[in-house]
Ligand binder design. Structure first.
Ligand SMILES: [Zn+2]
Length: 288
């Protein structure tokens, strides 16, 4: 499932490839995504220009010259591909390879000027694409209740201290809570807790000030690192085998059940438990 870094990488790719282009046509091949694509509404896309591409949490926001915004969530398997004027196909993220692309799961194709095409492909169809005006965007339940971006200055120690004061939830659940901080998913929460040497089940009101400092610091480091690993493949994201910049291979705790702990000097073995029904990996020796 794409988490914040992947969505950020897709955003950067789209920014590089489709910004300032004008939409000539939109072909909806299958409108049955998580929410039905409003076919009629999408006619409004014709002749509009792509002004900017932003990310909020795991959502992409494509802002158009007619003041409308295309809101996209990639769900579990949503992917964008770009076909350039020479009919060369590009992926927009380092997480998947071009060879994985199966045309029968292409759901929407946007034709731009300069003979460039953007394809939305989604095998499991949990993603969605909505067209919203600025008021709808502001009131969108997808965005309205999101907490601060983890890489922003608003995600800081004072915010964290005030938020956890009276809370008795586990730290893993808190990090997963999009109202507290937006965009973190199961993989990154596991990694952040491992790097911060904190037990995922620990209740947040028992965390020390230093724990909170470490959590904030490590959240930012891990996300930035992952984005920059993907960033290196953006330079040539036509690479078909997708082997460069694959953060998935660099997990320190996620998916490493029964393997030795990677913390220096620790003789622990990674355990798998469930916290709120989500698989949680940790080392009981060094994560206290
Ligand atoms: Zn350990």
């Amino acid at each position: 499932m794409p988490e914040l870094p992947e969505v950020e990488v897709v955003k950067k790719s789209l920014d590089k490839k489709i910004k300032k282009l004008v939409i000539n046509d939109v072909i909806i091949l299958n409108k049955n995504l998580r929410y039905k694509i409003e076919t009629k509404k999408f006619l409004k896309l014709k002749k509009t220009k792509i002004i900017s591409i932003k990310r909020r949490s795991k959502y992409l926001l494509v802002n158009l010259s007619n003041k409308l915004t295309i809101l996209v969530h990639l769900g579990m398997t949503g992917k964008f591909f770009i076909i350039d004027q020479n009919k060369k196909k590009y992926k927009t993220s380092f997480y998947y390879s071009l060879s994985e692309n199966d045309d029968k799961h292409d759901h929407l194709v946007i034709h731009f000027n300069k003979h460039i095409k953007l394809i939305y492909n989604d095998v499991r169809k949990f993603g969605f694409i909505k067209l919203l005006n600025s008021k709808e965007l502001l009131n969108s339940s997808h965005l309205k209740y999101l907490g601060p971006e983890p890489l922003s200055k608003n995600f800081n120690l004072i915010y964290f201290i005030n938020y956890v004061k009276k809370l008795k939830t586990s730290i893993k659940d808190l990090l997963m809570n999009q109202k507290f901080v937006s965009g973190l998913g199961n993989i990154y929460c596991n990694e952040i807790l491992f790097k911060s040497k904190i037990n995922p089940r620990k209740t947040v009101n028992k965390l020390k000030r230093l724990d909170l400092i470490n959590l904030i610091k490590n959240t930012k480091i891990i996300l930035k690192n992952s984005i920059s690993l993907g960033g290196s493949s953006i330079k040539d994201f036509s690479n078909a085998d997708g082997k460069n910049g694959n953060f998935q291979q660099k997990f320190n705790v996620y998916g490493r059940e029964k393997n030795n702990c990677l913390t220096k000097g620790c003789s622990g073995v990674i355990k798998k438990i469930y916290v709120s029904n989500r698989s949680t990996f940790f080392c009981s020796y060094c994560q206290k």
